[in-house]
Ligand binder design. Structure first.
Ligand code: NAD
Ligand code: UDP
Ligand code: UDP
Length: 313
């Protein structure tokens, strides 16, 4: 297998750091580009000093001139509180970031993979969601900077493919969790675990009957690598997630049991435009990439709880 020069944008984030680690284990050279908005040097500190790894502080909304064979475009804050903190910058990151990375891919003839999201389906009326579903997205709400930014990025990927014959790969990631999630990013898995470990109240938004399907990070990274290596004609979009669906109340109860916590459940208002249900139809990933998630929610939560225990202590 030939050694490739691989750019990972958002490489110092939760998913990006696991991806960099995996690519280096496969003996590639990795250029990790990140502006450290939600990611950190800490997430990749174990890779710094490795001759195959280079870390560059850079904001993808500005042009980037480097020579690479492959690009994984992950730069973008992913949790609602982070992407809503500076919504204009969130849209710029998705849209200008995609234009710059596609321009880079065009010049270098690099294959480029986009980390899109299940949020392109919005608050879905079709359940579970297949890739053919166009979604139900509010264009002017508080989640729109993220949802519409990611939708526009998909459009740009497909237009660069049609117009410039770029080798593109588009993946729609559903909720993914695991070690190195940001403890304060407000996502449900990190929130519940940190609250349970500290003995704080577990914050259930709304009645807790809304559902999500949680994929463990290792399963997701395996699919991302398979997608990048797949034949050029398979461009996606392809759903990436674990179809096991849980209500937020069920998740809270699992976390409480696994942490032996005495935290109480409290109800807080449901944020606007919060999707009521979400579950990926993963038949396409199974058929084209021979992939299925292996890690159960219980096993994945145990690993994640250990991680949070270590950083909280
Ligand atoms: P994360 O916030 O941990 O990682 C995002 C990284 O991008 C961070 O390191 C951040 O500093 C960096 N970044 C943000 N704006 C940037 C900019 N303008 N220039 C350079 N770097 C920038 O989130 P994550 O969970 O690792 O998500 C990674 C990608 O996967 C994101 O694109 C996200 O939209 C997508 N995704 C994640 C999930 C999930 O459940 N984790 C679900 C769907 C999609
Ligand atoms: N770009 C970049 N790195 C490159 C090549 C291009 O960041 O190696 C950026 C550049 O800023 C440009 C964008 O990508 O605005 C889109 O490039 P493209 O060639 O598609 O369009 P154009 O240069 O005509 O705007
Ligand atoms: N949620 C919750 N309590 C929290 C954080 C989130 O009940 O402390 C809910 C949230 O309203 C949503 C679900 O958990 O219905 C998943 O939220 P998250 O922010 O993790 O991801 P997303 O909404 O983007 O899927």
């Amino acid at each position: 297998m030939s050694v490739k020069e691989i750019l990972v944008t958002g490489g110092a984030g939760f998913l990006g750091s696991h991806l960099c680690e995996r690519l280096i284990a496969e003996r590639h050279n990795v250029l990790c580009v990140d502006n450290f908005f939600t990611g950190s040097r800490q997430n990749v500190s174990h890779l710094i000093g490795n001759p195959s790894f280079e870390l560059m502080r850079h904001d993808v909304t500005f042009p980037l001139y480097v020579e690479v064979d492959q690009i994984y475009n992950l730069a973008c804050p992913a949790s609602p509180i982070h992407y809503q903190y500076d919504p204009v910058q969130t849209t710029k990151t998705s849209v200008h970031g995609a234009i710059n990375m596609l321009g880079l891919a065009k010049r270098t003839h690099a294959r480029i993979l986009q980390a899109s999201t299940s949020e392109v389906y919005g608050d879905p009326e079709v359940h579970p969601q297949p890739e053919s579903y166009w979604g139900k997205v509010n264009p002017i709400g508080i989640r729109s900077c993220y949802d519409e930014g990611k939708r526009c990025a998909e459009t740009l990927f497909f237009d660069y493919w049609r117009q410039h014959n770029l080798e593109i790969k588009v993946m729609r990631l559903f909720n993914t969790y695991g070690p190195r999630m940001h403890p304060n990013d407000g996502r449900v898995v990190s929130n519940f675990i940190v609250q349970a470990l500290k003995g704080d109240d577990i914050t259930i938004f709304g009645d807790g009957q809304q559902t999500r399907s949680f994929c463990y990070v290792d399963d997701l990274i395996e699919l991302m690598i398979r997608m990048m290596k797949s034949p050029a004609e398979f461009i996606g979009p392809v759903n990436a997630g674990n179809p096991c669906e849980f209500t937020m109340l069920e998740l809270a109860e699992k976390v409480l049991a696994l942490t032996n916590s005495k935290s109480k459940l409290v109800n807080l208002p449901l944020p606007s435009d919060d999707p009521k249900q979400r579950q990926p139809d993963i038949s396409l990933a199974k058929e084209k990439l021979d992939w299925a998630p292996k890690v159960s929610l219980e096993d994945g939560l145990k690993e994640t709880i250990e991680y949070f225990r270590s950083i909280i202590d």
